[in-house]
Design a protein around this ligand. Structure first.
Ligand code: HEC
Ligand code: HEC
Ligand code: HEC
Ligand code: HEC
Ligand code: HEC
Length: 235
């Protein structure tokens, strides 16, 4: 007698029973994801007064991050560039573009452009850019591939657990300092260069990013013990 139901139906119904049992849980989890990430506006390009493109200025024109965010290595804040920085080029280039009218207006009036904040931590959290940069933590880890963004967005929520994931084991992500602006990082090539720069024996080359990172935590005197202490971020 031919089978009325295909043999896979059994598996299928089993799957749907499991799915039915798991669904409420998944919904709750999805719900909490939504409620946590929605107010944080993750992966949502932010509508700015001027449609500034990092993709255009960084990837295509090759302007360095520090040209516009010049305090990032020296102070806690990276800061968004003043209108004068834009006008160093746009007083000569694309001077008639309607998209740049708010920039010209700001220059004429002296009233800064009102950029909307993309990344924002609650006030009870202390953060500092310069320490992360000097300890070899790349922009890319926290801001994603911003060099490819047409309009800037936040690639991930800055939850405490996410900060702690690195603070508990920074070796997973640490790079030599000269690699923090590199968006096409290759730890092996970086390790070889670093060994050459520091006059180390190639026979001791690390076998993984983690091993390389461990070496860097020592070279850069990272105090791993205190990195998970509450007062570091809540002071
Ligand atoms: C030509 C100037 C310029 C260059 C070069 C530049 N930026 Fe920006 N950046 C801006 C401006 C203007 C804003 C504010 C508008 C926006 O959010 O897109 C901004 C915003 C940002 C933000 C979001 C700020 C916030 O509100 O949270 C980050 C993060 C950032 N830039 C990182 C970088 C990195 C990393 C590089 C290098 C790969 C870089 N920028 C290169 C001008 C620049
Ligand atoms: C080092 C030079 C340089 C600096 C500094 C610079 N830009 Fe530009 N920008 C350019 C060039 C070049 C283009 C045009 C590229 C092309 O399409 O050929 C451009 C294009 C643009 C466009 C697109 C214009 C259009 O009509 O499509 C916008 C918007 C813009 N820039 C905004 C800004 C803002 C805002 C700043 C300051 C935060 C800034 N730029 C700083 C060189 C610069
Ligand atoms: C360890 C994570 C981390 C790294 C690494 C990092 N940032 Fe940020 N960045 C943040 C956080 C968190 C904020 C939001 C700060 C706040 O709200 O107080 C931020 C904000 C910014 C802003 C907005 C202005 C400001 O200072 O609040 C800019 C611009 C920026 N970052 C640029 C950069 C650049 C350029 C690099 C690399 C040289 C970089 N960041 C590396 C986490 C990081
Ligand atoms: C990818 C790794 C990484 C991430 C992600 C990261 N940090 Fe850090 N953080 C470090 C390292 C490394 C240090 C330097 C520790 C040292 O030198 O002893 C540091 C140091 C700090 C310090 C100490 C600054 C000082 O002045 O003593 C603060 C505060 C801090 N981080 C806050 C944060 C917060 C808040 C977040 C999340 C928004 C975060 N960090 C995300 C790696 C990271
Ligand atoms: C590396 C930085 C860092 C360290 C260390 C850290 N926190 Fe946080 N904490 C954060 C950030 C970022 C937030 C805000 C984002 C969030 O709520 O996840 C936060 C939020 C909180 C909140 C508010 C939670 C909420 O749901 O709004 C509490 C309470 C808190 N932290 C307690 C602690 C305690 C207790 C410790 C020590 C065991 C600690 N934190 C260590 C970064 C840190």
């Amino acid at each position: 007698m031919p089978q009325i139901f295909h043999s896979s139906t059994n598996t299928l119904s089993r799957v749907s029973i499991i799915a039915a049992a798991v669904a409420p849980l998944a919904l709750i989890m999805a719900g909490s994801q939504i409620s946590r990430s929605y107010p944080q506006r993750v992966n949502v390009p932010i509508n700015q007064p001027v449609p500034f493109s990092h993709e255009h200025h960084v990837n295509e024109l090759g302007i360095a991050c520090q040209y516009c965010h010049h305090s990032v290595e020296k102070s806690s804040q990276a800061t968004v560039p003043p209108t004068e920085t834009c006008m160093s080029c746009h007083s000569q280039i694309w001077t008639n573009s309607p998209l740049l009218e708010p920039v010209r207006e700001s220059y004429r009036t002296g009233i800064p452009i009102k950029w909307k904040k993309v990344n924002d931590l609650p006030d009870f959290v202390y953060f500092n850019h310069s320490i992360h940069i000097t300890k070899g933590i790349p922009c890319q880890h926290c801001h994603g591939n911003i060099n490819q963004m047409q309009i800037t967005y936040k690639p991930q929520p800055f939850f405490m657990a996410w900060c702690l994931d690195c603070h508990r084991a920074p070796e997973k992500y640490m790079r030599p300092r000269d690699q923090v602006y590199n968006f096409a990082y290759d730890w092996k090539a970086a390790a070889e260069r670093y060994f050459e720069q520091t006059g180390r024996d190639n026979a001791q080359l690390p076998r993984s990013q983690r091993e390389f990172g461990e070496l860097l935590t020592k070279d850069y005197h990272v105090n791993k013990k205190q990195l998970s202490d509450c007062w570091i971020c809540h002071r």
